[in-house]
Design a protein around this ligand. Structure first.
Ligand code: ADP
Ligand code: MG
Length: 260
């Protein structure tokens, strides 16, 4: 008998391979990765440096095409699309968050977040509509009071929140993050993870690359790469609950009279 169907996969990779020419030789970054990721999952991708994690993320994020094998994003085969076709899918279905935030330095948070809408269908409906959408996303990540700040006027954690708001502005089905807490202290990293868990509860599929087992412990599923292949794929029965951990920290460190 068939298993009852779970949520449909938002990502399906079949024997995915990616090679790079380097000098006179070839680097095989992915050597045949097969993988399904269900809608609504929260996946951590681990593995040593050079094992192919970022290469996979770039393929999932439609930033690059595979050398062989196939990849379906949200039901659509993106393996052999042109650069402009990939860009169109990326802007409609995928949000990307990077370790170094990658914000425009002399641009206020609101306009950083609104930027991807310029490249969306119909230019995001004009400047006022774009800014309204961006403002809603900044509210969602807890930065409603920092919209007119430039990146240099924000902390690292706040800058990463702006980057997450920017990743959300096109209502993506999938949020991809490559070492999103790598440049942050532990507490700030926890707040970012809490945000990812909240977004995941709203139905967004989250895929996070990390070398930190504590970060991976917040995911529902952990994939481990080695030498361009998946060597382990396990489910976390009890993922960390960052909202609960942060609440406990707050009561432990705040004097009682200040809580009120
Ligand atoms: P990870 O993110 O796990 O550290 P990467 O996916 O960045 O690993 O890299 C996997 C392998 O592919 C490494 O050997 C890396 O040097 C190589 N690689 C990645 N991108 C390129 C590229 N654009 N050109 C040449 N080699 C690359
Ligand atoms: Mg990497």
């Amino acid at each position: 008998m068939r298993e009852p169907a779970g949520p449909p996969p938002v990502i399906v990779c079949r024997d995915l391979q990616k090679s790079f020419r380097l000098g006179g030789g070839v680097v095989h970054a992915l050597k045949g990765v097969s993988l399904e990721i269900a809608a609504g999952d929260f996946v951590a991708v681990m593995g040593p440096s050079g094992s192919g994690k970022s290469t996979l993320m770039n393929l999932l994020g439609c930033l690059d095409s595979p050398s062989a094998g196939s990849i379906l994003v949200d039901g659509q085969d993106v393996s052999r699309l042109s650069t402009s076709q990939l860009a169109a899918i990326r802007s409609r279905r995928i949000g990307f968050v990077f370790q170094q935030f990658n914000l425009l330095r002399r641009t206020i948070a609101l306009d950083n977040v609104a930027m991807p809408l310029l490249y969306a269908d119909g230019g995001g409906g004009g400047r006022t509509a774009r800014r309204a959408k961006a403002a809603a996303c900044l509210e969602l990540v807890g930065l409603g009071d920092r919209m007119d700040h430039q990146p240099s006027q924000l902390s690292g954690g706040q800058q990463q929140r702006v980057a997450i708001a920017r990743a959300l502005v096109n209502d993506p089905a999938i949020l991809l993050a490559d070492e999103p807490t790598g440049a942050l202290d532990t507490r700030t990293g926890m707040e970012i993870l809490d945000l990812f868990q909240r977004l995941n509860r709203r139905g967004i599929t989250v895929i996070v690359v990390t070398h930190d087992a504590e970060v991976a412990a917040a995911a529902k599923r952990v994939l481990t790469f080695r030498d361009g292949l998946i060597v382990s794929d396990r489910r976390n029965e009890r993922p960390r609950d960052l909202a609960a951990e942060l609440a406990a920290l707050a009561t432990a460190t705040t004097p009682r009279e200040a809580v009120a």
